[in-house]
Design a protein around this ligand. Structure first.
Ligand SMILES: C[S@@+](CC[C@H](N)C(=O)[O-])C[C@H]1O[C@@H](n2cnc3c(N)ncnc32)[C@H](O)[C@@H]1O
Length: 301
């Protein structure tokens, strides 16, 4: 079964390549929004999906997923994104309530936290992603016009390059407390780019702050090639996640951050499934088995 036309060869925007994964997460958030036991609500998510021809036949509502949670893609994987969204919403809100006023979304994609969370009035949210993704987001959120609930600053960059200057030029102040999210990003970056990104986050967090990120700790991602999630994404919506993930050994960013003076805690997504009483649980040959959500804090130096 195919849920979509083949993705267009668009290496910069959302219509192909890694950008299409931003739409996959948006579709998952749209479905999550309408679940009776929703973990996170994002009323903008379905507009992104509807605006992208490549997703014309993707579901945006649980009623359009006849097999429910038994559907590996729009059931279990979508619920994974719903849980991740909720957990990182809670992390960001906790972090701004304890003093962070600058929030940086690394690989922001179609994240609409700037529009949907209840922010202290003096916060700023910086959204970093590739120009084509931010352009698409801007166009969709402009029609009909959506008003951010906080000062929002898009910063078009390639996170494989040196992006620190673009962020500080946009107003970010390294001496003030900051909150960072890298949700669904690091495994798309080459290893050395992840190492540089973590060094940069550390350097720009001179005023102390908090960081949450998602990592994958499998030795060999290809071992899960025939898992139900990777197979469904590849065969039904033309997203070959394993082709998009960077191969080869990854840095251990948790160890690196600890060496730089951060305190870190590492969780599996399943820890939060148990905490919230809903979400994915482990299964055999599970593409989610190596996923970790890392929460790190740095006190002012
Ligand atoms: C799976 S999406 C996640 C988006 C968002 N964090 C969320 O959870 O909704 C991955 C995002 O990372 C972005 N990304 C991947 N590589 C990037 C790079 N080199 N520079 C900037 N953004 C990048 C993609 O454009 C995409 O928006």
């Amino acid at each position: 079964m195919t849920d979509t036309a083949p993705p267009l060869p668009d290496r910069d925007g959302v219509h192909g390549g890694v950008g299409l994964t931003a739409l996959l997460v948006a579709a998952a958030r749209a479905i999550e929004t309408h679940r009776p036991d929703s973990l996170a609500r994002d009323v903008h998510a379905e507009h992104f999906v509807r605006a992208a021809p490549a997703c014309a036949r993707w579901p945006v509502h649980p009623d359009q997923v006849p097999d429910g949670d038994a559907d590996p893609l729009w059931g279990r994987f979508a619920r994974y994104f719903g849980l991740r969204t909720r957990v990182l919403d809670d992390f960001v809100l906790r972090s701004v309530r304890t003093g962070g006023r600058q929030v940086v979304l690394l690989g922001a994609g179609l994240d609409t936290r700037a529009f949907r969370l209840d922010w202290p009035s003096d916060c700023v949210v910086y959204e970093l992603d590739r120009p084509g993704v931010l352009d698409f987001k801007h166009r969709v959120l402009a029609d009909p016009p959506a008003a951010p609930a906080v000062k929002r600053v898009p910063v078009p960059v390639d996170l494989r390059d040196d992006w620190a200057a673009a962020l500080t030029a946009a107003g970010f102040e390294p001496a003030a407390r900051s909150v960072w999210l890298a949700e669904g990003l690091l495994f798309y970056l080459p290893s050395h780019a992840e190492t540089c990104l973590m060094e940069t986050v550390d350097r720009l967090t001179a005023g102390g702050g908090a960081l949450a990120y998602e990592a994958k700790v499998e030795e060999d991602l290809r071992a899960y090639r025939d898992s139900s999630i990777y197979t469904a994404a590849r065969e039904r919506i033309g997203i070959d996640l394993l082709d998009l993930f960077e191969e080869g050994p990854r840095p251990d960013s948790t160890v690196d951050l600890t060496a730089r003076g951060w305190s870190t805690t590492v969780h599996t997504p399943f820890d939060f499934t148990r905490r919230h009483g809903r979400g994915p649980l482990p299964e055999p040959n599970d593409a989610l088995e190596g996923n970790r959500w890392v929460f790190a804090h740095k006190t002012r130096m």
